[in-house]
Structure formats: structure tokens, C-alpha cells
Design a protein around this ligand. Structure first.
Ligand code: DON
Length: 305
């Protein structure tokens, strides 16, 4: 495994075609695109890393997997009143589908869907209480108390997030969002601004590789059927309008973020985190996707194998 990762860093990690760093959140625009890190946490407790695997980055939309898991823990199937579970085929920040579908987002991973999930978690609590719950869940699954929000990134998105504000108000008009929009967005922007490195992120995903149980600590996080369902949503919706291409090329459930990270799950084998800040045209890490394609080619970990 270490040889595979070193090869990935030497080949894909040094590519000159690195995509473009997200700049609509000003704080992310300044991230150096030359960085590349990867970590594989295997279900038998080994951790393999290469490149900038200890460098913190903004996990952004990858956090939507964690907020969905928290919401499912609180509300069970009640979550599906807020969001659907169909791929959208639209960009992550699209508003078009919402009008056709009466304000109910297609799935929990597009922005509208994750904003609705923040509303579901809030349930009349204050944003800081909801955020404490999400952060302590992430620290628990990663077994790492040092994980924190990057307040500068959250503030930067709060100042420039007009489009997300529009999505939230639109859903409030349909009664999907019930808490004050500012509370909902404060919660959403902050959980997107959690900073993690590849090693922490790979560890955090292990419960999804272990049928809901962290295979290293032995602690059950969710039921086996819930883990399978979360994985299926990641496969179908985790890369927005690039989800089909990711499933075709990589063949693993995965969730991307505009910070350039991807969390991919090889059920029964490993949890994989890769980070390269440059994005492709649909907003997914360009080299991250290529790295996962190569890793799966070498390991045979495709879920379709
Ligand atoms: O709402 C936003 O725009 C960001 N906080 C998250 C977007 C994101 O990561 C999309 N993923 N590729």
C-alpha cells in the first residue's frame, strides 16, 4: 500500500494540470494548489499516508456526510421529510430544481439539502448547540479531540454566501426550513468550515468502511443498514453532477468538497482521504479523483468488482 501511495504522489501528485482552486469563498482562494496528500485507513487498523497528509484543509461539503449522520441519529427516517435521496444531476449550488420540487431538495449533499439538514439538526436549539453536537461527533468518529472549526473560513463564507442565503429563504418560503434562516446558515457555514487533514478524515470515515462499526476501536457508530444507505447516497450524490463520472471511473462511494478533499469508502477494506485543492469544472478535486481512480485500479477495491 505504501508503494502504491508513493507512486500516486510521484505521478498524479506532481501533475501540472491541477484544476482551479475555489475562489467564491475568498478565504479558500489563497490556498496553494501545489499541495497533494493522501491517506488510507484500513479496516485492520493500519494507516498509510503520503504527500501533504498532515496539512489541515477545509473539508467543506465532506462535512455533509457527518451532518447527515447526526441528523439520522436524532430523527431517523424523519430526515426524509427535509430532503429526498435522488441524484440531482445539477451543480451543487443550483436553485432550479428546488422550484420544480416545491422547495424540497433532491438529496442531503447538494447545498440546499445540507442547509435543510442543518435545519433538521437545529430543532429549536441554538446554532452553537447544534455545532457542538456535529463537532463532537466528528471528533468521536475520528478519535481526535484536536479537530476544530476554521472560523476565518466560516466568516468568509458568511460574508459572501448570498447564493446559499437565497436557497435557504426559498426553502423557508415552502416551510421546509422552520428555524430562523440566519441560525440555519450559521450552522451550515460552520460545519463546512471544519478543518481536518487526510489522516483525520480517513479515520473519521472508517465506520462507513466497517458496516457502521469502527473496526479499529470496535465502537458501533450507526447500524449496518444505515452505513450502507449513507454509502449509497455518497455513490449517487457525493459528487453532484459529476457523480456518474466518479462512479464510472472510481467505483466507490465518495464525497467531495470545494476545499479539494474527497472522502472515499471501500466497504470492508478501507476509508480513503485525498486532498488536492485544484477543482475540475464541476467543483470536485481534479487530482483527487485521478488519484482514487489509480488507487482502485491497483487495489481492485471497486464496489462493482
Ligand atoms: O455552500 C458552499 O458553497 C460550501 N460551503 C460547500 C460547497 C462544496 O463543498 C461543494 N463541493 N464540491
Amino acid at each position: 500500500m505504501q508503494e502504491i501511495l508513493d507512486d500516486i504522489v510521484a505521478t498524479i501528485g506532481s501533475s501540472t494540470e491541477r484544476g482551479r482552486v475555489a475562489d467564491y469563498i475568498p478565504e479558500l482562494a489563497g490556498v496553494n494548489p501545489q499541495q497533494f496528500g493522501i491517506c488510507v485507513a484500513t479496516v485492520d487498523g493500519q494507516l498509510f499516508s503520503a504527500g501533504h497528509s498532515q496539512q489541515l484543509f477545509s473539508i467543506q461539503s465532506i462535512s455533509k456526510v457527518f451532518s447527515l449522520t447526526v441528523a439520522l441519529g436524532k430523527l431517523g427516517d424523519g430526515v426524509w421529510k427535509w430532503v429526498g435521496r435522488e441524484p440531482s444531476g445539477d451543480p451543487f449550488n443550483s436553485i432550479v430544481q428546488l422550484e420544480h420540487e416545491h422547495g424540497k431538495p433532491r438529496n442531503p449533499f447538494i447545498n440546499a439539502g445540507a442547509i435543510a439538514i442543518s435545519d433538521a439538526i437545529l430543532m429549536k436549539h441554538l446554532p452553537r448547540e447544534a455545532l457542538a453536537e456535529i463537532l463532537s461527533f466528528v471528533r468521536f468518529i475520528a478519535d481526535d479531540e484536536s479537530i476544530c472549526f476554521d472560523d476565518k473560513v466560516a466568516k468568509s463564507e458568511l460574508e459572501t454566501g448570498e447564493r446559499n442565503r437565497a436557497l435557504a429563504h426559498f426553502m423557508a418560503a415552502y416551510g421546509i426550513i422552520k428555524n430562523p434562516v440566519d441560525y440555519v446558515l450559521g450552522t451550515y457555514f460552520h460545519h463546512c468550515a471544519i478543518a481536518m487533514n487526510c489522516q483525520q478524515l480517513a479515520r473519521a470515515g472508517l465506520f462507513l468502511a466497517g458496516d457502521g462499526r469502527n473496526p479499529v476501536t470496535g465502537v458501533r457508530v450507526v447500524s449496518a443498514s444505515r452505513a450502507r444507505r449513507i454509502n449509497s447516497l455518497m455513490l449517487m450524490c457525493g459528487h453532484y453532477d459529476g457523480s456518474g463520472e466518479f462512479a464510472f471511473r472510481v467505483g466507490l462511494p465518495g464525497k467531495s468538497g470545494v476545499g479539494g478533499g474527497i472522502l472515499a469508502i471501500a466497504p470492508g477494506h478501507a476509508s480513503i482521504a485525498v486532498w488536492s485543492p485544484g477543482l475540475d469544472d464541476v467543483g470536485n478535486s481534479k487530482l483527487g479523483s485521478q488519484a482514487l481512480e489509480r488507487l482502485v485500479m491497483k487495489t481492485g477495491w471497486s464496489i462493482f468488482a
